[in-house]
Structures are given as structure tokens and as C-alpha cells.
Design a protein around this ligand. Structure first.
Ligand code: ASP
Length: 418
């Protein structure tokens, strides 16, 4: 059975058992806590390796200039806009309001929201090994970017380090798969505890959360992607979506940007008329660091969890979320459920309880379907814009309506779904 189905079953059964057991369901909570511990165990090395590998994919140093700048700028700006949309929607819909998880029945340790300015000052690690050891993710991300650049500038001599990190990132992907296989049980335990302590009232808000996510993703597709194509790249919108059909289908079915990459490359090069040069530089990088759909979910989920626990997020915390969700989307691996692992970065940055992850994990696959489609399409939009601005775009092909179907099977990287 597919993992996402097992996760939904875990959610349903956990809720039922929780209702049956009542407050006694709290005995199941330690199993959920162990699952959360396992997720946390992955974060540092996963972000470190996948981030560095993302940067080393800019392997031609000459490309690092103009094209790299435009690409990174667009990736970052669209991700930030996505989170702002998500926060506005979450504040309007209030998906977690009234759940009342912070009921006094649970002992929660809520951290302090760091000052934004000191957060910026602390971004650069004085001791990267210390940052890794202490799990300071933001510092790890900054170090990974520098390390990736250093590897590239070192040329041939840097290649062995790149290969070690590539291999580490593959290993971390497969460890994520192993841990995700335990997700149904972790979700079961946490949901039993939640429903036992707080009743079924939790299910309706979760539905609201998923709906809000779908609405924001659709708005982002239309306004931001449509806007960039139409007004910045100055091309028609329909050929883009038609040409990307195969990539969209794969993204929705595998919920993995990495698994969809071969199809995305095919669609962008063959159907949309982007030169191989540009596509092979922008798309692999995008599949690792450009995740607008993931960012949208993290923004909405953070507000949901804060409301569920009755924690008021002031504007400063919301700003911290915009920054950390951008970075956490960058550090997120393009694999099924990657965003649920890095959600801890966002929650941790504003002192929200990590238990919230297990609650939203039950609907993870549902949100990941559209989220991954948004992630993959975002890479395509940036590729079209950059190609056009660099004179590496075949507009005739783009508008031709002749699309070659991609019928290869994707190389699914350690799909955690068994
Ligand atoms: N599944 C997403 C992707 O591969 C990442 C995530 O949001 O979990 O793009």
C-alpha cells in the first residue's frame, strides 16, 4: 500500500482510538515523540548536503554571473511572495483557530521569538562544525552556499568533495524514506493523543488547512507565474501550461521535484523552446532550491499550528517566518514529504511546538500534490524568462502547439512510498 494512504489511515485510526480511549490516549504520545525525534535527526545533514549539491550544480563558473543572478533573484522573490500570500490567506481563513491544543493538559515549551536583526547578524557561522553540531539550520544553509561556491571555484580539485556530498545527499534521501515509512505509526500515536485530549474538533481545521493551501497555490499560479510569463517574459500563458503537461502529471503523481526533473527538462527544452544550456543549468538547481508550493504550505502550517496552540504570532514573528520559510524551502529536498521535514526549521525559528508537525503530517500527501506541481512549474517559468532575456529562446517552438510527449518512466529517487 502507498505510504500516503497508510498516513491517512494512521490519521483516521489514531483519531478514532483517541476518541475511544479519551485522556488515556496520552500513553501513546511517546511513540509520536520518537517519530518527531527521527524527523529532526535528518534535518541538519539533509539540508547541508542537498543545499551544497544544489549550489554545485552551477558547475560552469562563467554562468555564475548574469544568468545565476537572475535565476536566484527570481527564485527568492517568487518564494517570498508565495509565503506572503500564504500568511495572508492563513490569517484570513484562521484554519487552526479554536482547536485549543494549548489547553494546560500538555506541557509545552515555547521558545522565544528571536529578534529579526540579531537573526540576520547570526546568519554567518563563526564555526560551521559548531553550527552543524548545534543544529543551527540557518547557519548551515549559509555555510552550504559558501561551500558549494568554493567547490566550484576549486575546479577539478573540488570534485572529490562534491562527489562525497552528492553521495551523502543520496544517503540522506534514502534515510528520509526509511523514517517516512514510520510516519503512519507516528501520526497514529500523535493523533490518538490529540483526539483523546481534545476531541474530533481537529479534523475540520485540517480540512480548512488543505483547502487554504490549494486556493493559495492556485492564486500563486495565476498571479505570479501568469504575471511573470505575460508581463516580464512577454509570452503567452496557455502554451506554457500545455507544454508542461507531462511534467505536471509526473509532479502530481510522484510528489517529487527530483523525480520529475527528467520530464521537466524534456518539456522545457522540447516543448517550450528553452535552450539546453539554460535549461540544464536552471532546472536542476530549481528542483533543489526553488519550492514555492512548499513555502506556501510552510507559511499556512505555521499559522495553523500557532492558532491551534493559542500562540499569537506578532508581525515580527511573521517576518521571521517569511525569511525562515524561504530558507527552509531552499534547503528542502525535492522528494515526497521533504517539506514536512524542514517545517521544523520554520516552527523552531518562532518557538512553535514541534508536535504540530505530526498533526499536519496526516494531510501531507494531499498538500504535496499541488505543492510539487507549483514547485516544478516555478522552475519552468524562470527558465522561460531567463532564456528569453538571454536570447536562448525559440519563441516559434513555444507558440507552435507541437508538443512531444515524454513517455519515459521517471527515476524516482528512493520514493518513500512502498
Ligand atoms: N515534495 C516536494 C517536492 O519534491 C517537496 C515538499 O514540499 O515536500 O518538490
Amino acid at each position: 500500500m502507498k505510504l500516503w494512504k497508510k498516513m491517512l489511515i494512521g490519521l483516521t485510526f489514531g483519531t478514532l482510538i483517541g476518541i475511544l480511549l479519551g485522556p488515556k490516549a496520552a500513553y501513546l504520545k511517546p511513540f509520536g515523540t520518537v517519530f518527531l525525534g527521527l524527523l529532526n535527526m535528518l534535518v541538519v545533514l539533509l539540508v547541508f548536503s542537498s543545499m551544497t549539491v544544489g549550489v554545485t550544480s552551477i558547475n560552469d563558473i562563467r554562468k555564475l554571473g548574469r544568468v545565476g543572478f537572475k535565476t536566484l533573484l527570481l527564485y527568492m522573490v517568487t518564494t517570498m511572495i508565495a509565503i506572503v500570500f500564504a500568511l495572508i490567506a492563513a490569517k484570513l481563513v484562521n484554519p487552526g483557530l479554536g482547536i485549543g491544543l494549548n489547553h494546560g493538559a500538555v506541557d509545552l515549551t515555547i521558545g522565544e521569538t528571536p529578534e529579526l536583526i540579531s537573526m540576520f547578524m547570526n546568519l554567518v557561522p563563526s564555526n560551521p562544525i559548531g553550527s552543524l553540531a548545534n543544529g543551527n539550520i540557518l547557519q548551515v544553509i549559509v555555510f552550504s552556499i559558501f561551500l558549494g561556491l568554493g567547490i566550484n571555484f576549486a575546479g577539478e580539485k573540488g570534485k572529490p568533495v562534491a562527489r562525497v556530498l552528492e553521495s551523502l545527499s543520496e544517503v540522506m534521501f534514502s534515510m528520509t524514506g526509511m523514517v517516512m515509512n514510520l510516519a503512519p505509526y507516528g501520526i497514529f500515536a500523535i493523533m490518538a493523543w490529540v483526539a483523546g485530549t481534545f476531541g474530533v474538533g481537529i479534523l475540520f481545521p485540517l480540512l480548512k488547512l488543505v483547502l487554504a493551501h490549494y486556493v493559495v497555490c492556485t492564486i500563486h499560479l495565476i498571479l505570479v507565474y501568469g504575471g511573470i510569463l505575460l508581463f516580464v517574459a512577454k509570452v503567452r500563458i496557455t502554451p506554457f501550461f500545455k507544454g508542461m503537461t507531462d511534467a505536471i502529471t509526473l509532479a502530481a503523481s510522484t510528489t517529487s521535484s527530483s523525480a520529475s526533473l527528467p520530464a521537466t527538462l524534456h518539456c522545457v527544452e522540447e516543448n517550450l523552446g528553452v535552450s539546453k544550456n539554460i535549461a540544464s543549468f536552471i532546472l536542476p538547481l530549481g528542483s533543489t532550491i526553488n519550492m514555492n508550493g512548499t513555502a506556501i504550505f510552510q507559511g499556512i502550517a505555521a499559522v495553523f499550528i500557532s492558532q491551534a496552540y493559542g500562540i499569537d504570532l506578532g508581525w515580527q514573528s511573521l517576518l521571521v517566518i517569511v525569511v525562515t520559510a524561504t530558507l527552509s524551502a531552499v534547503g528542502c529536498a525535492g522528494i515526497p514529504g521533504g517539506g514536512i521535514v524542514t517545517l521544523s526549521i520554520v516552527l523552531g525559528s518562532v518557538g512553535l511546538p514541534l508536535e504540530g508537525i505530526a498533526i499536519v503530517a496526516g494531510i501531507d500527501r494531499l498538500r504535496d500534490i499541488i505543492g510539487t506541481v507549483v514547485n516544478v512549474l516555478g522552475d519552468g517559468v524562470v527558465a522561460v524568462f531567463v532564456a528569453k532575456s538571454e536570447g536562448e529562446f525559440d519563441e516559434e517552438q513555444y507558440n507552435s502547439g507541437v508538443y512531444i510527449s515524454y513517455d519515459h518512466k521517471p527515476a524516482v529517487p528512493q520514493e518513500s512510498q512502498s
